[in-house]
Design a protein around this ligand. Structure first.
Ligand code: ADP
Length: 442
């Protein structure tokens, strides 16, 4: 097994990886920016190295500084966490060029799935249904034909987009041209690539994704689905496993398709295939080639530690489990707690004056904050994840509601109360909610 791993990330996910390493008896090196000297991931790792100033471009995204830190500390491997460099194909290549193992898929697969147009083509080849799209946007007649066939509204998306950014919905013909130009400019600015495409806008779908885990020997497991339909600005807020509306047959069918496609291109590591689900049909959207924020709900229900498995397969171990040995028990729900104004969603950095974390049977809190810690304005506003586990949805829901009530975070604004409201909403309780839940939520 690896002896020492550098974690090229911060916050709760850096802690999550450090903890998995400790269980595997692997030493850890964390990196930090000047703003993060007091951060928990610095305190918890065996060693920590400052890689630059607060600006993430100059620290957590600073590839030469990270490689230097890995060299000085003599690690065997680098774990990218999520966000930052986790889906940067060039980073994965550079890591391996310097004889460190990149804990993630091969660079070629990061590149292939990073381009959503390419990814969709790969899915079509494998008979996975996709959302109808058109990517030849220089040809007006192609756009017109698309609209004639599928009708407005449509959505413009960045081929290399992520984090819910850069999407535009078009409802009127006269907006098409200027919206495409604006989307291109925005995509160039955010993702350094102006490639955009259009998709039919599905009206009221659910977001359902399938977690897979693959080793280098061609073994691929489906670890079930997550329902991530409670979103704000196309970003997930609450996730649950299993989805309250999927039948066993639907789950089995989509899982088998995902395993088959991932096998077909010899993918390795953790991966998530994201779908929209409407009128009992799945439509592939994209594949994420990394550990996801919402991975704990899958861990609770399967009893499998995804981070330890990810490290094991990256080291070259063969998966020990077979698909028929994976058991899905009970129900898990995750709420993402953000430091933000509850109504405007404007980030609310500042010092945590009082802190009390909920607990008890079936409650897990993945967070890196503590009393006296100052949340920096430089990074993502997600500060904690509460995950509940119960023998069924009702029990899981009751536990997470109590945990939200118990959670005390003073000194900054958070969305704790908003989560309570969502979880008490009839549409959430029925399980029938879709991605538009928050637009109609008061
Ligand atoms: P990103 O990579 O930026 O997260 P995704 O392609 O995963 O983008 O989409 C994020 C969310 O945007 C989806 O979960 C869904 O809510 C919404 N979305 C994306 N494509 C469509 C579509 N064709 N119709 C309706 N909603 C969509």
């Amino acid at each position: 097994m690896f002896k020492k791993i550098l974690i090229a990330n911060r916050g709760e996910i850096a802690l999550r990886v450090i903890r998995a390493c400790r269980e595997l008896n692997i030493d850890t090196v964390s990196i930090h920016s000047e703003a993060d000297e007091q951060a928990m991931h610095v305190k918890l790792a065996d060693e920590s190295i400052c890689v630059g100033p607060s600006n993430a471009q100059l620290s957590y995204l600073n590839i030469p500084a990270i490689i230097t830190a890995a060299t000085i500390t003599n690690v065997d491997a680098i774990h990218p966490g999520y966000g930052f460099l986790s889906e940067n194909k060039r980073f994965a290549e550079i890591v391996e060029e310097h004889d460190f193992k990149f804990i993630g898929p091969k660079a070629v697969h990061i590149e292939m799935m990073g381009d959503k147009i390419q990814a969709k083509k790969m899915m079509i080849k494998n008979n996975i249904p996709i959302i109808p799209d058109e990517y030849n946007l220089d040809n007006t007649s192609k756009i017109n034909d698309f609209i004639k066939k599928y009708h407005l509204p449509i959505i413009i998306k960045a081929a290399n987009g992520g984090g819910g950014k850069g999407m535009r919905i078009i409802t009127k013909n006269e907006d098409i041209e200027k919206s495409i130009s604006a989307a291109k400019a925005e995509s160039k600015k955010s993702f350094n690539d102006d490639k955009v495409y259009i998709e039919k806008l599905l009206n009221d779908p659910k977001h359902i994704e399938i977690q897979i885990l693959a080793d280098r020997f061609g073994n691929v497991l489906s670890l079930g689905e997550r329902d991530c339909s409670i979103q704000r600005n196309h970003q997930k807020l609450i996730e649950e496993c299993p989805s309250p509306i999927l039948s066993d047959k639907q789950r089995k069918e989509i899982s088998e398709l995902c395993v088959q496609v991932v096998k077909s291109f010899k993918y390795e590591g953790l991966g998530t295939l994201e779908f929209l689900f409407e009128n009992n049909k799945f439509y592939f959207m994209e594949m994420n080639t990394r550990l996801q924020v919402e991975h704990p709900v899958t861990e609770m229900v399967t009893g499998i530690d995804l981070v330890k498995e990810q490290i094991r397969v990256a080291f070259g171990e063969e998966l020990k489990m077979k698909q028929n040995e994976i058991k899905f028990n009970g129900h898990a729900i995750e709420c993402r707690i953000n430091a933000e104004h509850p109504e405007t969603f404007i980030p609310s950095p500042g010092t945590i004056r009082q802190y009390h974390q909920p607990g008890g049977p079936g409650i897990r809190v993945d967070s890196a904050i503590y009393q006296g810690y100052t949340i920096s304005p430089h990074y993502d506003s997600m500060i904690s994840k509460i995950i509940s586990y119960g023998k069924n949805r009702e029990e899981s829901l009751s536990k997470i509601k109590k945990a939200l009530e118990e959670y005390v975070i003073m000194g900054i604004d958070t969305n704790l109360q908003m989560h309570q409201k969502i979880l008490n909403h009839s549409s959430f309780l029925s399980g029938e909610y879709n991605i538009n839940f928050m637009s109609n939520f008061k």
